[in-house]
Design a binder for this molecule. Structure first.
Ligand code: PEP
Ligand code: MG
Length: 576
């Protein structure tokens, strides 16, 4: 049994598909004399494929963003044309009679070693370019070797060292029964996407790629964060029973669908859903949520070969907005950076991506991309109830600047007589401590607040939300976090604006209990959590939640807070 971090609920049983660590663990394979030319051809085909992929992306980036941003692709193309680079790899295949992956890795090592001895930062950058390029070549080699992307027949559980949010967003829900990774945390975007796709997942399981062989039978317990490899008959039976119980529980929750999220003593909380993909609207409607409290629009940009056009974005937003109307849809502007990257939009390598060029900072530095997105959002606002929200605001100036750009786009659309909602509400995500501290003044410039606890916890406690090594420090019950949330709610209400919580905290029943008691107006959770949070709200009196939140805010350690909340909640629920 291997213990990790529960990242997405559900239990899966199936065959393992172990993903290689790509460039990190390329194995040397010896090739027979007669297979050597075939192997060299395989490399040549991957080089050609990579060249054409890159040429397409480059053209698109020049068109959409500009020449400067496309420079990286010129560097890649030059390297691919350079017989010194790919030619060297072909020579190694022929001389040493080895596989193309190994040959490429060897050339990569020679280049990086050479560059590492030079202190020039420009050349250091070149070493990074080579690493990026080798990744692309390895991907194309892998696809060719496996005869395409979806090679493994049937359904399987993925076992990998690491999976990015983009990898996860690309998963075929019909075939991937679940996944386990060695890295990650429960608040990472990889975990969030898994929950959206309802793919059970366990992250931060050390050495799982060595413990599991391709084809092994695996039980993945996304409820408790456990992976069992080649289980006994008894364990299999027990897990099958546990899985049945989960299905029965989910069925029971469905009965709450038509009911409001209202406490027995009459306190109504709006209960909305977070989405990453337009296809999730079905699940949101199914849960009868009060709206989309957070649409993470960056997932339209991820896993594309190029920047989505205004039209592509408009179509996606409009489809969500129309289906949800008259209920509101909160469209959050692009939140790239941190753990989410775009292949066609290069951010220079950063030491601390979460503290770097992320979210609103990236949008403000790329006004064309920002305006294009705002145009698409505003056009969609003509088809329903749209709210626009800015992520990672850290000060008053940023909100002024973002709103100025929004006004400019509005004026442009008005001049062109394009329809949009002139009263569209603009909100601010409070997810950085500086914003929470300044929330009283920020509230005067915003129509609503949405507290992003995933980041607020990470930035307040200085804990990377996706790092398994510090997962134990990532604690929503930390008193500093709770006090910042309380301050934000008070600031919003003092200024007569509504405040929602859209971080994962809102979807955890015992924490939703405290958030309700602190006075939030809305909780926005993953579609799969809507009904369980609704059940909680319908089973607690607001006066009890209020009293519990007051008590909790007096406590000064996470342990005491946790003990209090669980004790209190159990008492309330059992006394009913
Ligand atoms: C948050 O930070 O809590 C949030 C909702 O945004 P994201 O998880 O996308 O960073
Ligand atoms: Mg955030």
């Amino acid at each position: 049994m291997h213990k990790g971090i529960a990242a997405s609920p559900g239990i899966s049983i199936g065959r393992a598909h172990v993903l290689s660590k790509k460039s990190a663990s390329i194995i040397r394979r010896n090739i027979e004399e007669e297979g050597v030319e075939e192997e060299a051809k395989r490399l040549a085909a991957a080089v050609e494929k990579t060249k054409s992929d890159i040429a397409i992306i480059k053209e698109k980036v020049i068109y959409d963003i500009g020449n400067k941003e496309a420079e990286i692709f010129n560097a890649y193309l030059l390297l691919l044309d350079d017989t010194g680079f790919t030619g060297k790899a072909a020579n190694i295949i022929r001389k040493e009679k080895v596989n193309a992956e190994y040959a490429l890795k060897k050339v990569q090592n020679d280049y990086t070693e050479f560059f590492s001895r030079i202190s020039d930062s420009y050349l250091k950058e070149k070493a990074r370019d080579i690493n990026g390029l080798v990744e692309k070549l390895l991907n194309n080699l892998e696809a060719a070797a496996e005869g395409g992307e979806n090679v493994r027949p049937g359904k399987y559980i993925i076992i990998a060292h690491d999976l990015s949010p983009a990898d996860t967003a690309d998963m075929d829900k019909e075939r991937v029964l679940g996944f386990a990774t060695e890295t990650g945390g429960s608040a990472s975007h990889t975990a969030i996407v898994a929950r959206s796709l309802e793919i059970p997942a366990v992250v931060g399981v050390s050495n799982i790629t060595s413990a599991v062989k391709d084809g092994d039978t695996v039980i993945l317990d996304g409820e408790k964060g456990i992976v069992v490899v080649n289980p006994s008959e008894k364990a299999l039976e027990a897990y099958k029973q546990a899985r049945k119980k989960l299905i029965v529980k989910a069925r029971a929750l469905k009965r709450l669908k038509k009911l409001d999220a209202i406490t027995p003593d009459g306190y109504r909380i709006l209960l909305s859903a977070n989405i990453e993909f337009p296809e999730e609207v079905g699940a949101v409607q199914e849960s009868n949520a009060d709206g989309v409290g957070l649409y993470r629009t960056e997932f339209i940009y991820i896993n594309k070969m190029n920047l989505p056009s205004e039209e592509d974005q408009f179509v996606a937003y409009k489809s969500v907005v129309e289906k949800m109307a008259p209920k509101p849809v909160t469209l959050r502007t692009l939140d790239i950076g941190g753990d989410k990257f775009l292949p066609y939009f290069k951010i220079s390598p950063e030491q601390n991506p979460y503290l770097g060029l992320r979210a609103i900072r990236l949008s403000m530095q790329n006004p064309n991309i920002f305006k294009l997105q705002l145009r698409a959002m505003l056009r969609a606002s003509a088809f329903g109830n749209v709210k626009i929200m800015f992520p990672m605001i850290t000060n008053l100036e940023e909100i002024d600047e973002a709103k100025k750009v929004l006004r400019e786009v509005m004026e442009e659309l008005a001049r062109k007589k394009v329809a949009f909602d002139r009263d569209v509400k603009t909100g601010v995500m409070i997810e950085v401590p500086s914003a929470a501290i300044m929330s009283d003044e920020i509230a005067k410039k915003a129509d609503f607040f949405s507290i992003g606890t995933n980041d607020l916890i990470q930035y307040t406690l200085a804990v990377d939300r996706g790092n398994e090594a510090v997962a134990g420090y990532y604690n929503p019950m930390n008193p500093a976090v709770l006090r910042l949330i309380k301050k934000t709610i008070e600031s919003a209400h003092k200024n007569n604006i509504k405040v929602s919580v859209c971080g994962e905290m809102a979807g955890t029943p015992e924490l939703a209990f405290i958030l309700a008691g602190m006075g939030v107006d809305e909780l926005s959770v993953s579609p799969a959590s809507v009904l369980s949070v609704k059940r909680l709200i319908r089973s607690i009196d607001f006066k009890d939640a209020l009293a519990a939140a007051d008590e909790v805010l007096k406590l000064s350690t996470s342990d005491k807070i946790k003990e209090y909340i669980t004790g209190r909640l159990i008492k309330i629920i059992y006394e009913k």
